[in-house]
Design a protein around this ligand. Structure first.
Ligand code: PEP
Length: 254
């Protein structure tokens, strides 16, 4: 099946109002015509600010996290999916390794966020990936399978027709160390095979993007892999020209 490429920008905790607004404008101007689904995920406090330049463009707005609680209520500091939609978001990252590592989000907690995102009408971008110790211990596939299985158990396999998976080896995020195209392809194929046990059609249609030190000079070789459908981009998304080069590399493989 032909899957339309998707490239998402994870700005993490960077920038200020002026930086975010300018970057959003430059990103829209340079990415809108690439034939790629582009999602911009700014820090939460800049969501409505970034929604301005994105409106009417082909670029979608995403958040970096959400509360697993669906109903509004007494949850100080939390933000639920309905609020994100109200601010113009259509996507949300769940299970980023930085949150798994520093906020103690285990597979079940991530699955609850995935479910809450979909219940609100958002498309979750589910991050999965192994640590270096897990890779060295030849546990990559088992780790990925457990991360996916928890979400399938909570949300059901059909939920993956309204989701994106991001394979992000933890050892490659922000380190400058990228998975080789072969390593990325092997992991993406393993993820698809895990889903295919439950539903071959959904496994074939779900977009699995790669994240981990994607840069303009390595993007094309990663995106040329048959099971790599685009990227989740951290550091390189903070420079509009670099991000645009990555988006256009994905477009070249659509
Ligand atoms: C990320 O934060 O999801 C990411 C992939 O970061 P970087 O591109 O900087 O490795």
């Amino acid at each position: 099946m032909a899957r339309k490429p998707l490239v998402a920008a994870n700005w993490k905790m960077h920038g200020d109002r002026a930086f975010g607004e300018a970057l959003a404008r430059e990103t829209v101007a340079s990415c809108d015509d690439a034939g790629v689904d582009v999602v911009i995920c700014p820090p939460i406090c800049y969501l409505t600010l970034v929604a301005g330049p994105l409106s009417g463009s082909g670029c979608a707005l995403g958040a970096q996290d959400l509360s697993p609680v669906v109903e509004s209520g007494a949850h100080t500091g939390d933000i639920n999916g309905a609020m994100l939609i109200d601010c113009g978001a259509s996507h949300v990252i769940v299970g980023h390794s930085e949150r798994r590592a520093t906020r103690g989000e285990d597979n079940e907690a991530v699955a609850a966020k995935f479910l809450a995102a979909q219940q609100a009408g958002l498309t979750p971008i589910l991050c999965v990936g192994e640590t270096l110790a897990e890779r060295d211990g030849e546990r990559t596939e088992a780790v990925l399978e457990a991360q996916l299985d928890a979400v399938v158990a909570a949300a059901g396999i059909a939920a993956f027709s309204r989701a994106v998976i991001a394979y992000e080896p933890v050892w490659a995020i922000g380190t400058g160390r990228t998975a080789s195209p072969d390593q990325a392809q092997a992991a993406h194929a393993a993820l698809r095979a895990t889903l295919a046990r439950d539903d071959a059609r959904i496994a074939d249609s779900v977009r699995i993007v790669y994240g981990g030190s994607v840069k303009p000079d390595n993007a094309a070789s990663l995106f040329a892999q048959p099971d790599v459908d685009g990227g989740l981009i951290g550091g390189a998304s903070l420079k509009a020209a670099d991000f645009a080069a990555i988006v256009h590399a994905a477009g070249g493989h659509s």
